[in-house]
Write a protein that binds this ligand. Structure first.
Ligand SMILES: Cc1ncc(COP(=O)(O)O)c(C=O)c1O
Length: 375
């Protein structure tokens, strides 16, 4: 068996530190909004190169509360990408706003700035562009979106940019880390992420003090002083146990990201000569390989072949968000997103994480080699 991911191996590396960090919480008996969350907010926002961080209940909530903090709601529209995890669009829908989708760049799998510009031009031409308030690019698989172009276009159309960095902790675009480009950056600490807790969690990072303050209210029932509620807020807080675990793990994040990058290089060196399309890195971009996804026209039969050999793979994502049943009212069609549609048929995520063993990677690459030779 080659598992897609085995989180117990990471736990074994840091078991002692995790146990003493969590024991500290049990002995203190303080579980919500305490010292661990405050410290982690400082440490993680500092890591991202941003002034403030607000710990929330999940990555989905980070996106939802960030959008809500800007006042986006019913009657507004937010442009995002067709190829992402559904939560990106759900967060927009939760505010009452409507998500609009653009296609992705075939190489980076992230928002295609040309499609963004086309959509904005078309909407402005029809006079319906004023409803669009924000752009929500996604740094998918840990690969930064084309932030220079996206920010330039958003600026020209007077739109705010909020980043979905849920899969990209520590990825760099130029010299800066993702999450620091938009007015807010949103992260998930779902257990499988490059920086993951032992349950749900998320954070919004920002340089803007007003958003920091608004988010602190929004995540905690709109409570300013004790039992004084200045707005209708939510209950969405990162808890002390998760924060304590994440503080331990943050110390290893760069090392683990580097291990991922080295292992990605090995896969690419072995697989690209076989004719499968491997992830590529543009100059000045530093992806952190949350996933390692290849593309091949024979995806479905390759996946079945590997499965028969006990090698687990996954598809991120088999159905583009606008074509999901949940969004059928938007009436999008496949031809609206040719690249996303094509990749949804060809993309395959291989077993991949810092602790994956060399012989397991060898089994994966040998499996693909024999499929392509005989299949
Ligand atoms: C791109 C993207 N956006 C949003 C989310 C939502 O994060 P969470 O699962 O923590 O709610 C995820 C992760 O699941 C994600 O991968």
């Amino acid at each position: 068996m080659v598992p897609f991911l085995d989180l117990t191996r990471q736990y074994q590396r840091i078991k002692g530190e995790i146990l003493s960090a969590t024991q500290r919480i049990y002995e203190k008996g303080h579980f919500i909004l305490g010292e661990e969350v405050s410290a982690f907010e400082k440490e993680f926002s500092h890591y991202c190169g941003v002034r403030y961080g607000v710990g929330v209940g999940s990555g989905t909530d980070a996106l939802f509360l960030a959008l809500k903090a800007t006042g986006i709601g019913q009657g507004d529209e937010v442009v995002t990408v067709a190829n992402s995890f559904v939560a990106t669009a759900l967060a927009v829908s939760f505010t009452g706003a409507k998500p609009l989708f653009v296609d992705i760049d075939p190489e980076t799998n992230t928002m295609d700035p040309n499609h963004l510009e086309l959509l904005l031009k078309r909407r402005r031409g029809k006079g319906s562009g004023r409803r669009i308030k924000a752009v929500l690019p996604v740094h998918l698989y840990g690969h930064p979106a084309e932030m220079d172009s996206i920010l330039e276009i958003a600026n020209r159309y007077d739109l705010i940019v909020i980043e979905d960095a849920c899969q990209a902790h520590g990825a760099k675009y130029g010299k800066r880390k993702v999450g620091s480009f938009g007015i807010m950056g949103c992260f998930s600490f779902y257990p499988t992420k490059n920086l993951g807790g032992y349950g749900d969690g998320g954070m919004v990072v920002t340089n803007d003090k007003r958003y920091d303050q608004k988010l602190r209210l929004l995540r905690n029932y709109g409570e300013g002083k004790k039992y004084q509620h200045v707005l209708k807020g939510h209950n969405s807080r990162l808890d002390e146990i998760q924060a304590a675990i994440l503080r331990v793990k943050l110390r290893y994040l760069d090392q683990w990201n580097e291990e991922r990058r080295k292992k990605a290089k090995i896969y690419t060196e072995r697989l690209s000569p076989l004719g499968v399309v491997c992830p590529s890195e543009k100059r000045g971009i530093h992806p952190i390989y949350h996933l390692y996804a290849i593309k091949t026209e024979k995806r479905d039969s390759l996946q079945a072949f590997l499965e028969a050999k006990g090698i687990e793979t996954l598809i991120h994502y088999p159905i583009p968000i606008p074509l999901q049943k949940a969004y059928r009212e938007l009436r999008y069609r496949r031809r609206d997103f040719p690249v996303t549609h094509r990749w949804s048929q060809e993309i395959l995520s291989l077993p991949f994480y810092p602790e994956i063993r060399r012989h397991e990677m060898g089994e994966v690459t040998e499996g693909i080699r024999s499929f392509l030779r005989d299949g």
